[in-house]
Design a protein around this ligand. Structure first.
Ligand SMILES: [Zn+2]
Ligand SMILES: [Zn+2]
Length: 328
């Protein structure tokens, strides 16, 4: 694809930065040969129920909302629910714990009022994550509607710094998620993520790779060459060790459609073979693999987890263990 040529040209200048990052990845994470797997679990009846549900499903990691994802106002966490969450986390051993920020936040908003509300709401998400002892907070870069892509990227970076530049984020990392590029959403090119990370160096941002978003944004994961080019672009722009979470989704929307429709593993346009290649790749094994597939019918999450598990458990028999060229 044309963009992989572009990213290759910058990959050499980014190589030094990437190798510095490698040394910062903690040893346990670096040693892993297959990813931790989990899913976006419901929080009905209390945040800790997501941990229990994940454990029940045989997961090692989990993603949650820490609040209603479609409202500006969130009830503050009380001490008891924080204590319960931490206790159950200790008992279940689930980790990393990933929080997905609410959907109203638009850090790239051209409208000043929306941007202010978004900065405040994002700060609140970070504070909740810190209270709960979560590891990662995933957020979309936002929509640049009313301005241009370059302004949206700048605004997003400014918003992130305004929201949490003064907070102590030790042991906690904000992950910027790639998007499908619906409407005026930024973040559909890995170059956008690189720019945001570069503008916010003091925040040490990481990345969440959503397979369905990447695919419909024009990263063709369907064959080996397309996946290699995608990994190459990811390595050159953000550094693979910084990809701390993978949203492992098939896509109901077609390649390059810029439409965001997650679908059951193996039943969408990416397909089982291509998704297995992603799940087995050693250069992503340090990341938490999280399903965000539809949970409409009873058993949907069980079936999709079984598919992901079948990919990762067969990884050492297919000779695909060579690290990708740009990840070293
Ligand atoms: Zn997301
Ligand atoms: Zn996602």
């Amino acid at each position: 694809m044309s963009t992989s040529k572009r990213s290759k040209s910058i990959s050499s200048t980014k190589a030094a930065q990437t190798s510095r990052r490698v040394s910062r990845v903690d040893k346990e994470v670096a040693r892993r040969q297959s990813p931790r797997i989990g899913f976006h679990a419901p929080i009905a009846g209390g945040l800790h129920n997501a941990l229990l549900k994940a454990k029940e499903r045989g997961c090692e990691t989990v993603q949650i909302f820490s609040r209603n994802p479609r409202g500006w106002l969130a009830r503050p966490l009380d001490l008891e629910e924080v204590e319960t969450f931490k206790r159950v986390r200790g008992e279940t051993g689930i980790g990393p714990v990933v929080i997905h920020a609410n959907y109203l936040i638009n850090l790239a908003a051209a409208d000043e009022g929306i941007r202010e509300k978004s900065v405040a709401s994002f700060r609140e998400e970070v504070e909740r994550g810190l209270q709960l002892g979560a590891d990662y907070l995933v957020v979309h870069p936002g929509s640049a509607r009313g301005s241009c892509e370059a302004d949206g990227i700048r605004t997003c970076a400014e918003s992130l710094k305004a929201a949490c530049g003064d907070l102590d984020l030790t042991g906690f990392r904000i992950l910027i998620e790639n998007t499908a590029g619906q409407g005026a959403c930024i973040g559909h090119r890995f170059e956008h993520l690189r720019e945001i990370m570069g503008e916010c160096r003091s925040l040490d941002l990481g990345v969440c790779l959503d397979t369905a978003h990447a695919f419909t944004a024009g990263y063709d994961l369907r064959d080996e060459d397309g996946f290699a080019a995608t990994l190459d672009a990811l390595a050159g722009n953000v550094g693979l060790p910084n990809v701390r979470a993978v949203h492992f989704n098939d896509s109901k929307a077609e390649y390059n459609s810029r439409v965001d429709r997650h679908w059951h593993i193996g039943e969408g346009h990416i397909g089982a073979e291509a998704l297995a290649r992603v799940a087995r790749h050693p250069s992503l094994a340090h990341a938490a693999f999280l399903l965000e597939t539809p949970q409409d019918e009873p058993g949907d999450d069980v079936r999709n987890l079984a598919a992901l598990r079948s990919f990762t458990s067969s990884q050492h028999t297919d000779g695909e263990n060579a690290p990708c060229s740009t990840s070293s």
